[in-house]
Design a protein around this ligand. Sequence first.
Ligand SMILES: NC(=O)c1ccc[n+]([C@@H]2O[C@H](COP(=O)([O-])OP(=O)(O)OC[C@H]3O[C@@H](n4cnc5c(N)ncnc54)[C@H](OP(=O)(O)O)[C@@H]3O)[C@@H](O)[C@H]2O)c1
Length: 316
Amino acid sequence: MKALVLNGVTPAEQITLSEVEIPEVRPGWVLVKVKAFGMNHSEKILRLHEIDNAYIHKPIIPGIECVGEIVHPSDSHFEKGQKVAALMGGMGREFHGSYAEYALLPAHHVFKVDTGLSWKEMAAVPETYFTAWGSLFECLNLTKEDVLLIRGGTCALGYAAMQLAKAIGSKVIATTHKESKLPLLKGADEAVLDTGNLQDQLSGVTKALELVGVKTLHDTMRCIEKGGIVCHTGILGGIYALNGFDPIKFIPNGVYLTGFYSNAPTQEVMDNIFSFICQHNLRPCLGAEYDFSEIKEACVALDGGKVNGKIVVKMI
Ligand SMILES: NC(=O)c1ccc[n+]([C@@H]2O[C@H](COP(=O)([O-])OP(=O)(O)OC[C@H]3O[C@@H](n4cnc5c(N)ncnc54)[C@H](OP(=O)(O)O)[C@@H]3O)[C@@H](O)[C@H]2O)c1
């Protein structure tokens, strides 16, 4: 099969596809024919930096999510030909991921999907919508009465979160750090240019989805009404940890801080997401699509941050 195999730090421009053996099925793992996969900011981080860490199993086929069909169910409850989605759980880091024609995946991180979406639309969903869903509904307990701030709205996750929040009737304020990108936030009720200081500009915000991360978290916490919640989910600002964290001074009185990590998807949540998309007649947000033979161009686009929204790669 064709696959992208990484041995170390690899700039997008140096990417080529290799011919490798189709993996052999073993108990607890199922073989999936990949039909399409979404690309993620974390795959750029892996390929350009994280891959040198010892915990990354090398050589590694990257890719933390895919959609496709079961070609060999092994000892699982799946049936041959079943439509599935898979994400996370070490995919593309501890074991080979989705940038390949076939992927051998642990059955407990593979989920059946019942949807009328095309493969490319379906591929935009697993990681991005699972993260948006978990952040908004599991962590922020978002309701239609809320005013939601999405800080760092111009990313695949930002667009998906905006779509889900608007679908339940919440008011959404979304930010970008680039004035030229304000029109891309038309799905929000209000688009705001992020100058680094929002606390003096915004009022009435009850929930916040922090996608820029630690770089802006303190300011975001100060934008929130008493009783409100901030969910720290993204790290677009490039700072990953809060050193010298002093909770007493950092967290305003009566404001709650939570975080979401997409590593533990479940069949129940995946079913809820695809049903919600169907019930609300949503089209998953796509930024650009590429054929697998154009994987180098897709990675160049990912690294350059030129695509507005989810990049999807199709095998067919
Ligand atoms: N917690 C979790 O489990 C989880 C799961 C999925 C994703 N994430 C995180 O969520 C974030 C979004 O992921 P994604 O895959 O949706 O990203 P993506 O679509 O690849 O988005 C990258 C884009 O974000 C934009 N961006 C917006 N605000 C930015 C800022 N302040 N600094 C730098 N770039 C900014 C950049 O474009 P412009 O600079 O041109 O606006 C860049 O092109 C990432 O940090 C990712 O690691 C976390």
